[in-house]
Each structure stands twice: as structure tokens, then as C-alpha cells.
Design a protein around this ligand. Structure first.
Ligand SMILES: O=P(O)(O)OC[C@H]1O[C@H](OP(=O)(O)OP(=O)(O)O)[C@H](O)[C@@H]1O
Ligand SMILES: O=c1cc[nH]c(=O)[nH]1
Length: 178
């Protein structure tokens, strides 16, 4: 995989998340009944970063849950991924809540679709919204994020890699060519 360009540095990621925090508050007219669920792996630290930013603005810490979804390639169809839901870790109820799913990248939309299935199996939220750091296009399902850090037009041969200090050596978003 060949490095092509850095799309976001740590400052740019931080500013995008600040904007997303404000957009979440504005769209929901506050944060009453809002809960965050990060999709592993990098959606989880992003959800915690958003919760911290929202707490600075609204003075209240939102609950953050974790959803573990692994994509595996279906050998029969070269292009598609099949998501496998491994686990949902929540220490709060989601009935009647506005659930905001948080992930680093949205691509085909298959991970988010699996995430929505897992959440709907678990409880009855009043709505589900989606926040992503990067939307790289190429959706295979009718799924659109409500909050986007950066829209990045890509070719399907490219790969968008997100690094976050909480689990990597730096915080940055880069694009690679396969
Ligand atoms: O819209 P989709 O086509 O489903 O792709 C998006 C998903 O792919 C990546 O996860 P990946 O499986 O690479 O794992 P990671 O989060 O551990 O990087 C990314 O974090 C999203 O969860
Ligand atoms: O480029 C991509 C595609 C799916 N998931 C990622 O994290 N990057």
C-alpha cells in the first residue's frame, strides 16, 4: 500500500470534532436523551472525544457505549464485506433515547447497517443518527451520515486510514493507494 497524502492532522481532527459536537447539540436542541455509541475500534475513542467536547459546552457528560463489528470478506463476491456483530457493551438503556452512532470512516455503509440491526435488536431508541470523521463515498446501501468531519472523494482502489493517539502513534487521517 502506497502513501498518497495526509488529509487531516491532529488539529484538523480536533476542530472537526468540535464542529460535530456543536452540530449534535444544535440538531437535537440540546442533549437531553442523547447517548453515544462508538463502533470499534476507532469509533470508540472518537465517541469519547465527542462526549468530552459536548460536556465542555453543555456541562453534562453523555453516556458512551461500544459496539464491536468486524468486517470479513465474502470470498464469493470479491467486492463485498459481510459485517459480523461481536458485541454491544452498554451500561445504559436506549429505549426512547437518541442514539448517535460514531465511526471513523463510512464506506459501503455495511458496518453501519449491522450496527443499526444490533441496536434495534437491543432496544427501541426514538431515533438513530450517524456521526463519522470521514465519508469516503462508494455507498452500497441507502445510508447517509448526519454529521461528517470531512467528505473525501476516493477511488475504490484507495484506502483511508485513521490514526488516533488513544491507540496509535499519532492522530491523523491519510489516504493510501492499493
Ligand atoms: O462502510 P463500510 O464499508 O462498512 O466501512 C467502514 C468501516 O471500515 C472500517 O473498519 P475496519 O473493519 O477497517 O476496522 P477498524 O475500525 O478496526 O479499522 C471503519 O472503521 C468502519 O467501521
Ligand atoms: O478506506 C477505508 C474503507 C473502509 N474502512 C476504512 O477504515 N477505510
Amino acid at each position: 500500500m502506497e502513501f498518497k497524502a495526509k488529509l487531516l492532522d491532529d488539529k484538523m481532527i480536533d476542530r472537526s470534532l468540535t464542529r460535530l459536537a456543536h452540530e449534535i447539540i444544535e440538531k437535537n436542541k440540546g442533549i437531553e436523551d442523547v447517548v453515544l455509541i462508538g463502533i470499534k475500534s476507532r469509533g470508540v475513542p472518537l465517541a469519547h472525544r465527542l462526549a468530552s467536547k459536548i460536556a465542555l459546552i453543555e456541562g453534562k457528560q453523555l453516556p458512551v457505549g461500544e459496539l464491536d463489528i468486524t468486517l470479513y470478506r465474502d470470498d464469493l463476491s470479491l467486492k463485498s464485506y459481510e459485517p459480523d456483530v461481536k458485541g454491544l457493551v452498554l451500561d445504559f438503556k436506549i429505549d426512547g433515547k437518541i442514539v448517535i452512532l460514531v465511526d471513523d470512516v463510512i464506506y459501503t455503509g455495511r458496518t453501519v447497517r449491522a450496527a443499526m440491526d444490533a441496536i434495534i435488536d437491543y432496544g427501541r431508541p426514538s431515533s438513530i443518527q450517524l456521526a463519522v470523521l470521514v465519508d469516503r463515498g462508494h455507498r452500497e446501501l441507502p445510508i447517509r451520515p448526519d454529521y461528517v468531519g470531512k467528505n473525501v472523494p476516493t477511488s475504490s482502489k484507495e484506502v483511508v486510514k485513521v490514526k488516533l493517539e488513544e491507540m496509535d502513534d499519532a492522530s491523523e487521517v491519510s489516504i493510501y493507494q492499493n
